[in-house]
Design a protein around this ligand. Structure first.
Ligand SMILES: Cc1cc2nc3c(=O)[nH]c(=O)nc-3n(C[C@H](O)[C@H](O)[C@H](O)COP(=O)(O)OP(=O)(O)OC[C@H]3O[C@@H](n4cnc5c(N)ncnc54)[C@H](O)[C@@H]3O)c2cc1C
Length: 409
């Protein structure tokens, strides 16, 4: 029987593992953290699954989360400039955010329940290469760490060598919901962005405050100041930044109740250097390693594309394996070609959004959306469709075309 090894039990590796169990293949996922360690650990991210991803989850039989209440359908925007500053966009189908410390362990259990093997091992690059002697195909989905260096960087799709935003995300209580439920996107140059994401975590509904701060700008202190050093001071600093830059978020805060859901584990500070890597690498033994998820493409989280792209990519890989079990260069190239258009579009879109100084068409787009509901809805729905979003916004001519096509509708 065809034997597939997957390294990494993040959303990329687990989705692929579940797809391949649907094909009844022999699948082993190697990962360096147990489900319990993931559940007990620090927050990993604040991942919104778009409806296109939820559709894939239904195909995998993991689409129903009856014990959670985590769906939303709106994007509420605040522009930190101009006379009119607030507007919203509406999704055609709801998106959903579940704490990955709940989501991933449940998928790990489901993978094992369906006959997949989960091996807890922290693998070096050499050990990963050696796995190709045991399996017909080895897929690497270890996230954005050093193992990624197995796959050459693609300079044509990696315009940055440093992070363009500094990140601080915490899961907070004491933030009033917006009705209809939605993600709030507050864009305030030169501070950066703040995303407020309604989500489901261990205590039920909470809001992730994801500060995407411009390096050197007034908001980056929320990444640089360690929460653990003085939690009260950090909370006060967060309120200060909201007061100064994000008025529509501040008005939702009940200061008496405003606190992290569970203390230091509920905050994550850091930064992401966007990179796109080659799809595969040829090893000295003549076998290939295939890259999947953040190993292959890491994007800044500001447009919610990393995990959604990973789930798309896992599906492409699974479909290729369904039709073809000869894992040679032809197979690798086929996978690369099939997923290239969408993944390259994701990377181009997000890298355009984080350009500094801003690409001129982005403030133009955001200013236009204040009074162009059709355009705001299109921009929102396109979070499901990176190719369409790239068509919409990667040049001034494209934004003008989208404005002309939607004005007055
Ligand atoms: C703050 C934040 C917010 C985000 N918001 C969104 C969003 O709204 N929407 C979206 O689509 N994306 C979002 N993302 C991106 C998203 O989190 C990632 O793209 C996605 O989780 C990557 O999944 P992955 O499976 O590729 O990697 P990971 O989730 O990093 O999984 C890697 C796996 O490999 C294992 N591993 C690592 N090294 C080894 C080793 N040496 N040996 C064995 N196992 C190993 C790890 O334990 C883990 O199981 C966000 C990211 C951040 C940081």
């Amino acid at each position: 029987m065809t034997s597939i090894g997957i390294v990494g039990a993040g959303v990329a590796g687990l989705h692929l593992g579940l797809h391949l169990r649907q094909q009844d293949l022999d699948v082993t996922i190697y990962t360096n953290r147990t489900a319990q360690q993931v559940a007990d650990g620090r927050i990993l991210n604040s991942v919104a699954h778009m409806s296109a991803t939820i559709q894939i989850e239904h195909e995998l039989g993991i689409g129903d989360w009856p014990d959670t209440d985590a769906e939303y359908s709106y994007h509420y925007h605040y522009n930190g400039w101009g006379d009119e500053r607030t507007y919203h966009g509406v999704f055609e189908q709801p998106a959903r955010i579940i704490d990955y410390r709940i989501y991933l362990p449940r998928l790990m259990a489901e993978f094992e329940r369906r006959g997949g093997r989960l091996e807890i091992r922290d693998l070096s690059a050499a050990e990963i290469e050696a796995l190709t002697d045991e399996h017909d195909l080895v897929v690497v989905s270890t996230g954005k760490g050093e193992i990624g260096a197995l796959f050459p960087r693609r300079d044509d799709k990696s315009p940055y060598t440093t992070p363009q935003r500094k990140l601080a995300v915490g899961f907070w209580k004491g933030v009033a919901p917006r009705e209809p439920r939605g993600v709030e996107i507050s864009v305030v140059p030169p501070a950066g962005e703040l995303l407020v994401l309604p989500m489901w975590s261990f205590s039920g509904p909470v809001n992730a405050l994801l500060f995407e701060s411009l390096p050197g700008g007034p908001q980056e202190v929320l990444t640089d100041r360690r929460y653990e050093d003085d939690p009260d001071a950090y909370r006060a600093l967060t309120l200060e930044i909201l007061r100064e830059f994000h008025p529509t978020v501040l008005e939702r805060i009940d200061e008496a109740a405003f606190d992290l859901q569970g203390g230091a584990k509920d905050i994550l500070q850091g930064a992401v250097t966007p990179v796109m890597r080659e799809d595969y690498t040829l090893l000295p033994n003549g076998k290939y390693l295939l890259a999947l998820g953040d190993v292959h493409m890491t994007v800044d989280p500001v447009q919610a594309q990393g995990a959604n792209s990973a789930t798309y990519s896992a599906k492409v890989v699974a479909e290729a394996i369904r039709e073809d079990r000869v894992f040679d260069e032809r197979f690798m190239r086929k996978v690369a070609r099939r997923r290239a258009e969408r993944l390259e579009a994701s990377t181009d879109w997000v890298n355009t959004m984080i350009q500094s100084p801003p690409a001129p068409q982005i403030p133009r787009l955001f200013t236009e959306m204040v009074h162009n509901q059709a355009l705001a809805n299109r921009f929102t729905e396109n979070f499901n469709y990176p190719i369409r979003q790239t068509d919409l916004l990667t040049s001034e001519a494209r934004v003008e075309a989208a404005v002309a096509a939607t004005a007055g509708r």
